[in-house]
Every structure is written in C-alpha cells, then in structure tokens.
Design a protein around this ligand. Structure first.
Ligand SMILES: NC(=O)c1ccc[n+]([C@@H]2O[C@H](COP(=O)([O-])OP(=O)(O)OC[C@H]3O[C@@H](n4cnc5c(N)ncnc54)[C@H](OP(=O)(O)O)[C@@H]3O)[C@@H](O)[C@H]2O)c1
Length: 275
C-alpha cells in the first residue's frame, strides 16, 4: 500500500501491535499512528507502554489503548477480547517473539514450549480473534513478523528459526486464502535490526561495511513493511537482506545455505562451530 491517503480507510480505525513497547513494535506503533490510526499497544511491562502511549497520542493526536498481556499466556484471547470491547481493529501486527540462542538440546523442554507459546500459539490466537471481524468488514491488514532466519534451518537458533518459518508459511497461505476478501496478509522477513532485544543478545557484528550495511534501523523496517502491505505475501526489508534471501533461498544448494547461515549465526553469538 504505497499510497498513504487511504490508509485509515483500508487499515483503520484501530491497529493492534503485539509486542509494542520497544524495538520493532514501537516503530510499528509510531508508524501506524503517523498514518492516522489509533493504536492498541500490547506488551507485558506497563511503564514503557505508558510512555509510548503518551508520546504517540501527543505527537499524532490519535487514541491509544494499553493491553498488559503475555503473548504466551493461555488467557491471551479472553484478555484481548475484553480489553478491546467495542474497538474495531483494522490492522494487526504480530511482533513479539521469544528468541533464545544456543544449542537445541542445551535448553530445557520448558524453554522450547515457551517459544511455541509466544511465537506460534500467541500469533494463532490473535489471528483467530481479530481477523474474522476484518473479513466481515471486507478490509484490514495483518503483518506477521518473521525473519530471514525463517527461510532455512539455522544452527544455534534452530527452534526460533522454525517458528519464524511457521509465521512465513502461515502468512503465505492466508495471503492466498484472503486475497479476494479485502484483508491483506504479509510476513515481514527482517534481517538484523538494531533493537534493545537484538542488542541484549550481545551479537558480535562485523565492524566492516557488510556488517554495517546489513544492520537496519527499526523505523526503516516498520516504514518499509507498511509501505509494502498489500503488495505480496512476503516482504524482505533492505537491499542487503533481499540479496541474502535470494542467494540463500534460490541460488545456493539447500545444504550449503543452511551451513552458511549457521556459520554466520554461530560467529554472531560466539558459539563453537563443529568442523
Ligand atoms: N531485531 C532483529 O534483529 C530481528 C530480526 C529479524 C526478525 N525480528 C523479529 O522482529 C520482531 C521484534 O523483534 P525485536 O528485536 O523488536 O524484539 P522482541 O523482543 O521480539 O520485541 C520486543 C517487544 O515485544 C514485547 N514482548 C516480548 N515478549 C513478549 C511477550 N511474551 N508477550 C507480550 N509482549 C512481549 C516487549 O515488551 P515486554 O518485554 O514488556 O513484554 C517489547 O515491547 C520479532 O518477531 C523478531 O523475531 C527481529
């Protein structure tokens, strides 16, 4: 949707951003508010949500609603439904993720179950709750935050990458199912993005040109994703990421692609590489 003039008509009057208070979610919330949408902000910690709500309502003169919820909690649907009573959601950004780094079998099963709850079940619950009313209104938009990691298996973040593949493939299927419905669905497959969570994972980014070029700002990703909503099932932000997606997904043999991305992920997180 490159032309912003009809944005609130097509994707408003309210957006829900799940994982809204910092990083990419904060950037999506600001960008949606700048297009004139009221924004429901969902995350677990209240103070950053309150700060952001104040900021965007003052800057863009839009309404905000804070929803304190855990994306991985079993009561997510009930809590969101109650919080949104009477608020029509025209766009949904499923952004929050749980992204532990390390060997698959070094983590306890509970950590893997938590990842499924936050990254997959949470997304499923919000889609099931919020998309049917969009279908009734024959308009709306959904962005599922996937990742370049969702294009192939990756050592050191194997389960996270699998959950991002789940969101990418789900978005593709829903894009086709809903193509004639007026509801746009898209997976945003971001590459390295400078966010508090990313920085908190203490990545070792190369200081060379390639490293600096690959790292994107959260605002750039959110803006580009919203500009491209409605243009296809998948969007990869940034020229470097687009080249990487092409190379890994279409040019290289699968085994080589998996080994290359795994090697760079291990380097990024200083994990030991097998020969
Ligand atoms: N940063 C990157 O390099 C990168 C690259 C590719 C894809 N992505 C994808 O982009 C999305 C956003 O990434 P990000 O780096 O901005 O960090 P993130 O940790 O996924 O998102 C941070 C936001 O989500 C909230 N959040 C985290 N866990 C939550 C939960 N269980 N329930 C509710 N809210 C939760 C946080 O607030 P609270 O802590 O207060 O809940 C905060 O507002 C993710 O889906 C990630 O996979 C990121």
């Amino acid at each position: 949707m490159k032309n912003h003039t009809g944005f609130p008509d097509k994707y408003g009057p309210w957006a829900l951003v799940a994982g809204a208070s910092e990083g990419l979610g904060e950037a999506f919330s600001i960008e949606l508010a700048s297009h004139g949408l009221n924004v429901a902000l969902l995350a677990r910690r209240v103070p950053p949500l309150e700060r952001l709500a104040r900021d965007i309502s003052e800057r863009f003169r839009v309404e905000t609603k804070i929803i304190t919820a855990d994306m991985g909690g079993p009561g997510l649907s009930d809590l969101v439904e109650k919080s949104l009573a009477g608020i029509p959601i025209g766009s949904l950004v499923v952004n929050a993720a749980f992204a532990p780094v390390g060997g698959f079998f070094s983590a306890p099963l509970t950590e893997h179950e938590r990842l499924l709850d936050v990254n997959c079940r949470g997304a499923l619950r919000l889609l099931h709750l919020l998309v049917p009313p969009m279908l009734e209104r024959k308009r709306g938009g959904v962005i599922l935050m996937s990742s370049l990691a969702g294009f192939q298996g990756t050592a050191c973040v194997a389960h996270y990458a699998a959950s991002k593949a789940y969101l990418r493939v789900l978005a593709e299927g829903l894009w086709e199912e809903l193509r004639e419905s007026g509801v746009d669905v898209m997976a945003c497959c971001a590459g390295m993005t400078d966010t508090p969570t990313f920085r908190g994972s203490r990545p070792r980014i190369s200081r060379g040109l390639a490293g600096r070029m690959a790292l994107m700002k959260a605002g750039e990703v959110a803006k580009a994703a919203l500009d491209n909503l409605g243009s296809g099932p998948i969007f990869v932000p940034g020229a470097v990421n687009q080249a990487a997606a092409l190379l890994l997904g279409h040019v290289l043999p699968r085994s080589l692609a998996v080994r290359l991305i795994s090697r760079s992920t291990r380097r990024l997180y200083r994990e030991d590489s097998p020969r």
